[in-house]
Write a protein that binds this ligand. Structure first.
Ligand SMILES: [Fe+2]
Ligand SMILES: [Fe+2]
Length: 305
């Protein structure tokens, strides 16, 4: 009691520290225990923070976001922004051909697989909307093609993928953000709640992301992210196309275009923007993390002989 008074902390804090650190009792007897002040002080200091003296706080019992994908792949194809059902079948089928031709078994989609225009906050006329059940049916056929072609098929979230979730949230019906994929009845695909994935180790590996801001392959944001993550970077979300080396001459900065058919997306066609034009494209990575970009401008005869 004397010690707790002198240290200005609770008796339970002292007795807990004593028990935890198995301090020697200087004078026996159940009700007359004595400990040296300095040993109790040390025990308290080394057992902090604890829940007994309330002077220091414990970490909150909430999730720590460190379970994002670290994929140990050597070879893969990355594509993004399919905006299903508005996919460009020409570039999609070329991608399937490239995967078959070069024997690529890993596939990762970098967000905006769905368009979900039905749940958009933007201005879309009702007659421009598809039935959502059609989107689901059509998306199943895309998944089937990926399923047959690749061994490992993965998706991470983009800006459009969460529209359905947001609509349900606004009606008080909370579900997991990625639950929309359950509608596609495919057990093989994997979905990450993150808007990025790491492929390969830091330094030599890649980070494929769907950033909050749109990023141009050669722009300052791209260079900043390469420096921040110490990896080659591939940027979804912009629907832009490009490949440039980072200033270090080691890391690649890639904008792998999009899989969406720009003629089919209402918000793209009804409103002009000064941004770069969308390009249909995807990226294959082979031979120690080297990227090859394929696009609507690729001389296919050369690559698919
Ligand atoms: Fe997109
Ligand atoms: Fe996006």
């Amino acid at each position: 009691m004397e010690i707790s008074r002198r240290l200005g902390c609770s008796r339970s804090a002292v007795s807990n520290a004593v028990q935890k650190h198995k301090l020697d009792v200087q004078n026996g007897g159940y009700h007359h225990k004595k400990y040296s002040l300095s040993s109790v002080k040390l025990a308290l200091a080394t057992s902090q923070p604890n829940q007994f003296n309330h002077r220091f706080i414990n970490p909150p019992e909430t999730k720590i976001y460190d379970d994002f994908w670290e994929l140990p792949w050597d070879e893969w194809i990355m594509a993004c922004d399919t905006h299903s059902p508005y996919v460009d079948t020409k570039i999609f089928n070329k991608m399937i051909q490239v995967a078959q031709h070069y024997g690529i078994k890993n596939f990762i989609h970098g967000g905006d697989f769905w368009d979900q225009s039905q749940f958009s906050f933007f201005d879309i006329d009702p007659e421009d909307l598809t039935d959502f059940s059609y989107d689901v049916r059509y998306s199943k056929s895309i998944l089937k093609a990926l399923d047959i072609t690749f061994k490992d098929v993965r998706f991470f979230l983009g800006s459009h993928d969460v529209r359905y979730y947001k609509m349900l949230m606004s009606k008080g019906k909370h579900q997991k953000v990625k639950d929309i994929w359950n509608l596609l009845d495919n057990d093989k695909i994997q979905v990450s709640q993150y808007r990025f994935a790491n492929i390969g180790p830091p330094g030599t590996g890649w980070r494929f992301n769907h950033p909050k801001n749109t990023v141009k392959a050669g722009g300052l944001s791209a260079v900043r992210m390469e420096a921040k993550f110490n990896r080659s970077m591939a940027f979804a979300h912009g629907h832009w196309f490009g490949h440039i080396m980072a200033p270090d001459g080691i890391h690649h900065l890639v904008a792998p275009g999009c899989m969406a058919d720009k003629r089919r997306v209402s918000y793209k066609n009804a409103w002009d923007t000064s941004h770069d034009e969308w390009v249909n494209a995807f990226c294959m990575v082979v031979e120690k993390n080297k990227p090859i970009l394929f696009s609507e401008h690729t001389p296919w005869g050369l690559y698919l002989k």
